[in-house]
Design a protein around this ligand. Structure first.
Ligand code: ADP
Ligand code: MG
Length: 691
């Protein structure tokens, strides 16, 4: 048997338990061994009852003196015990006749539980109870640090400990757990064998530093974390190789070139934009599919970069798709691309929920007419067929769910003949190790320069008690010809409540501000009405736009230079940064007011401080990572980036670096080990990877 064998092979595991275990991510026997304890209980000594301390879990040996059923508020079995010197009461709320029989007077017990002072004296509620033959047997313990595992209902600690015990004895068998780190690796990350490390986390020596073990800083945890990070890295790289092996439409024709596009922009692309466009076009000219992630802070000008790529696709007689996360953004992109590309004779179509029934348009796209299709995820609905999809651009990718992106990836396969190039854009800057670990299957370009002439945004945090002051400041700003966003946020992401809050805010503002044009945009409005409000705001006929977080991504109105964010304490850093990015797009000095409801929690305070101090997206992303952890930053569920079992990208950033450094060598020189590592560590995540 090997560690890949299913848990059902362990004694006592039936179909029911196997199902519960699967909820814990435990499918194979190997998974049992990789199930890391949360903490450890010191069961190395027996505490005399007289020395038990309220709230400190302890081991005690006692003899039953009697038991009776009590009918209090809840029926309970009250067992009186003593160790000869002092009494201890046990209180059980769940008990049956068997249990009662087991607790007959005179029986010796070994208990583990948390003492508290009860009605009679020290008591333990539902301690772990072991019946022993005699007092001496009770005292005869193997001093152990007992692991406590994360679990779900229906799987007890004792059950988990038993399964781990069985798995640990299998570990003795040669070949059960193949060492998968190549022998030539060196350094602290490989200081012990996998066997030693597994043994140590489940059954640590009695003098271990339990805090280090529980927090994953122990060398055993580090050894396994390194292996996990390496396995993950290898799987991403090999997946990338597979995709590279597909055939892509080569787009090497210079066509009409980028000059006419650039000439019509009204501004000159930054050096960073030109460099990134160059990287993209070089990929697209190749025979294997591009998979490129473009990171660029809010306002860095990603849309132009996408336009250049789309133009190239169409110049090479292919179709390009541009997918945005909201209708509002899709409409805005459609407007910008039409303005830039249609003068060059290039069709730019918009597909939103509404328009997906336009049969003539669908037929045109299905026939393969070269052009650009802009839309939301409606782009990859069944009915929409691309005759010749050559490039798919995904904007604000972190806003899409895994399923939506996989659906597009499938669409990109063009029925198998060729795989379209993919360009993935995000404004959420991701620190390097995190990016490499989450997106190692992508090449990365960074737009690390903002267009010239932007003035920095001044950010202040103001308590809600000074709301009136803020409102009158809006009046002043409008009098100076500036435009203002007022953003309403709610804890609950209920469109309806959010819309109501926004309506109320809009009403209050127009009442308070005489002669100021206030308008509203929220998620419950019809697409048409939203677009109308946005366009009026863009055209300058509205002074104050009250909005929900629908405007979080992408919206671009350069003349807006003041933003008020209500209840800012409730939003995450990344979201606040995105929102704030709606201002500071023109040449007037911009301001962002974080209106908060006190008192602030420590995290909320740190977030607002981070935001006030910097507008550098990368610095904010680092702060976010520290405050929230990587799963949240990546939106793990959304990106499909797997949760690590042992590793933690913040704590183990150095191990992640080390894994990155050796990954290519392991793939090249140790293919057998590489395969083992991939299988061991990514089988659960692979469901996504293989689609
Ligand atoms: P992002 O999507 O990266 O947040 P956008 O593509 O929406 O940014 O661009 C933000 C604004 O900056 C738009 O109004 C765009 O036209 C403008 N812009 C883009 N590149 C430049 C540039 N090189 N010089 C001046 N303005 C630019
Ligand atoms: Mg954008």
């Amino acid at each position: 048997m090997t560690a890949a064998a299913g848990v059902r092979r362990l004694a006592g595991v039936g179909p029911k338990l196997a199902e519960r275990l699967a909820d814990l991510g435990i499918v194979s026997i190997g998974d049992v061994l990789l199930h890391q304890p949360n903490r450890y209980e010191d069961r190395s000594r027996i505490t005399p009852v007289a020395e038990l301390w309220q709230g400190s879990p302890a081991l005690a040996v006692v003899r039953v003196e009697g038991a009776e059923i009590r009918q209090g508020r809840r029926r309970s079995l009250l067992v009186t015990t003593s160790d000869g010197a002092a009494r201890l009461w046990l209180r059980l709320f769940h008990f049956g006749p068997d249990q009662q029989a087991r607790l007959a007077p005179g029986t010796w017990l070994r208990l583990y539980g948390e003492p508290r002072s009860g009605a009679y004296g020290m008591e333990m509620v539902h301690p772990e109870i072991q019946v022993v033959d005699s007092e001496a047997a009770g005292y005869d313990i193997v001093a152990r640090l007992v692991p406590v595992y994360p679990t779900v209902s229906g799987v007890s600690q004792n059950r988990l400990r038993d399964l781990v015990g069985q798995a640990l004895s299998l570990l003795e068998q040669p070949g059960f757990w193949l060492e998968s780190l190549p022998a030539d690796l060196t350094g602290p990350a490989v200081s012990m064998s996998a066997n030693q490390a597994l043994r140590r986390i489940h059954d640590p020596p009695i003098d271990s530093d339990v805090a280090a073990l529980a927090e994953g800083r122990d060398p055993a945890c580090q050894r396994l974390a390194f292996e996990e990070l390496l396995g993950h890295q290898l799987s991403l790289r090999s997946r990338r190789r597979q995709i590279r092996a597909d055939r892509a439409p080569a787009m090497g024709q210079p066509g009409r070139g980028l000059a006419p596009l650039f000439d019509g922009l009204g501004f000159s692309p930054t050096g960073a934009q030109r460099r990134v466009i160059g990287e993209i076009l070089a990929d697209m000219a190749g025979r294997s599919p591009m998979l490129r992630l473009v990171q660029g802070d809010v306002g860095s000008g990603k849309t132009v970069v996408a336009a250049a790529a789309l133009l190239t696709a169409v110049d090479n007689a292919w179709q390009g798709a541009f997918m945005a996360p909201t209708e509002l953004l899709a409409e805005q992109h459609h407007a910008a691309l039409s303005r830039w590309l249609e003068p060059l004779g290039m069709p730019v179509w918009l597909i939103t929920g509404k328009r997906k029934k336009d049969d003539t348009l669908l037929a045109e796209i299905a026939s393969g007419t070269p052009g650009v299709v802009v839309g939301t995820h409606a782009l990859f609905q069944e009915a929409l067929e691309f005759g010749a999809l050559g490039l798919a651009v995904i904007d604000e990718q972190h806003r899409f769910g895994v399923d939506q992106r996989l659906a597009l990836r499938n669409k990109a396969k063009n029925g198998g003949a060729t795989t379209a190039h993919q360009l993935i854009m995000t404004a959420t800057p991701i620190p390097r190790t995190l990016a490499m670990s989450a997106y190692a299957d992508l090449d990365t370009s960074v737009i690390d320069e903002l267009p010239p002439g932007r003035t920095p945004i001044t950010t202040v945090a103001i308590p809600n008690t000074r709301r009136d002051e803020v409102v009158s400041r809006i009046g002043d700003a409008v009098a100076e010809g500036r435009q203002v966003y007022w953003v309403c946020t709610l804890i609950e992401t209920s469109d309806k409540l959010e819309a109501q809050a926004a309506e109320a805010a809009a009403e209050a503002l127009s009442e308070a501000l005489d002669g100021v044009h206030v308008s509203l945009v929220h998620g419950r409005m019809k697409a048409n009405d939203k677009a109308r409000a946005m366009n009026a705001f863009k055209a300058g006929s509205i002074d104050v736009l009250v909005a929900t977080t629908v405007i979080e991504v992408g919206v671009d109105v350069p003349n807006a230079s003041l933003m008020i964010i209500e209840n800012a304490e409730r939003l995450g850093l990344a979201q606040l940064h995105q929102l704030r990015g709606r201002v500071g797009r023109g040449s007037t000095a911009s301001h962002c007011v974080l209106l908060y409801q006190g008192p602030l929690s420590d995290t909320a305070r740190s977030r607002l401080t981070a935001l006030r101090k910097t507008s550098d997206g990368f610095a904010i992303a680092r702060a976010d990572l520290e405050l929230r952890g990587p799963g949240e930053v990546l939106g793990t569920r959304q990106t499909g980036a797997q949760e690590f079992r042992i590793a933690d990208l913040v704590r183990d950033a150095d191990l992640a670096e080390a894994a990155l450094a050796v990954a290519d060598d392991v793939l090249a020189y140790h293919p057998r080990e590489a395969e083992l590592l991939i299988e061991r560590w990514t089988s659960a995540a692979a469901a996504y990877a293989r689609v």
